[in-house]
Design a protein around this ligand. Structure first.
Ligand code: RIB
Ligand code: CA
Length: 309
């Protein structure tokens, strides 16, 4: 029995790798992919995601979502992902592709209703589309099995000392989604910064002989030069964490916790506040917070999936 899965992405180089991995998983079926303003503008997220249908020789429906956060100005990460969001690599769009014109939140709601509560949602960008969906369709929470999110940080951020990019870019949206009442698996920077592809891993993919391996190598060169410049030993595959968690939860470790997102203070905007490390506990546990991963198992499984496309 395959899990029906919907992805919401801001493709993005690591989003792209996560989509390729999800495409190859045996235990999932991709029902649709919605795109959001994040790493770069919405039109880049939308085009980049459609171009993955060329790499995968697939025809997943791709939808446009929000072109800016709920109330904030757009905030991008071009230094990491390049001007076009895909490491400045251009892949042709699929020939004879079908374009879908429903808004992301409308398409997500319809899919959730169709799968009668079995749909799993993987979110790897700012949570704007999902917050809009919950607002437009209050009963959506009845029709989602789980939301697996790349976002937040229980300790240091990567945009400010407090906040991780996806939660910083749209903290109001993150707050709405964390309060939705749907079971959540949260993959914060605590685990995703350990989920690296090393230069040797990238070279192994380049040389593996398929288009997907060469594509991954090519799009990761820009992020790699960024990560190298700040002393990291590889490229952080943030967005593949919720994807691999679905198929291989045994390589991860996590704890149930109460998680709230700060939206008021400029200093702590987007901080994910958890009760993991405090005597004072929240009165709720709204997320399984994934904190660790077997790094070698992660990279080997991710490479195996990419090589198999
Ligand atoms: O902080 C990392 C997250 O921000 C990843 O999802 C990356 O793609 C960017 O969206
Ligand atoms: Ca992303």
């Amino acid at each position: 029995m395959k899990y029906p899965v919907w992805m919401d992405v801001d493709t993005g180089t690591d989003d792209a790798v996560a989509i390729l991995a999800l495409h190859k998983l045996d235990c999932t079926e991709i029902i649709g992919i919605s795109t959001v303003c994040g790493n770069s503008g919405l039109e880049n997220s939308y085009r980049n995601t459609r171009s993955l249908n060329t790499v995968c020789r697939s025809s997943y429906p791709v939808y446009r979502g929000a072109d800016k956060p709920l109330v904030r100005e757009p905030f991008h990460a071009l230094a990491v992902h390049g001007k076009n969001g895909l490491g400045d690599i251009i892949v042709p769009l699929p020939e004879n592709e079908t374009e879908y014109h429903e808004a992301a939140w409308e398409a997500l709601y319809k899919a959730a209703r169709e799968y009668k509560g079995k749909l799993k949602l993987i979110a790897t960008g700012p949570l704007t589309n999902i917050a809009i969906a919950f607002t437009e369709y209050p009963d959506l929470k009845e029709y989602l099995d789980t939301i697996l999110i790349m976002g937040g940080a229980t300790r240091e951020g990567n945009v400010t000392p407090c906040a991780e990019f996806n939660f910083y870019a749209d903290p109001e949206a993150a707050s709405i989604v964390l309060k939705s009442g749907v079971p959540i698996v949260l993959c914060p920077l605590d685990v995703t910064e350990k989920a690296l592809l090393s230069p040797e891993d990238m070279e192994e993919l380049r040389a593996c002989g398929n288009d997907a391996g060469k594509f991954v190598f090519d799009i990761l060169q820009k992020p790699w030069s960024f990560h190298k410049s700040i002393g990291n030993k590889g490229v952080q595959m943030h967005d593949s964490c919720p994807v691999l968690y679905l198929a291989y939860p045994e390589i991860f470790e996590g704890e149930e916790a109460g998680v709230v997102v700060e939206t008021k203070s400029p200093l702590t905007r987007g901080k994910s506040v958890t009760d993991l490390y405090s005597d004072k506990q929240f009165e709720f546990k709204n997320a399984l917070v994934v904190l660790d991963v077997d790094r070698k198992a992660f990279s080997e499984k991710l490479k195996e999936l990419i090589k198999g496309i």
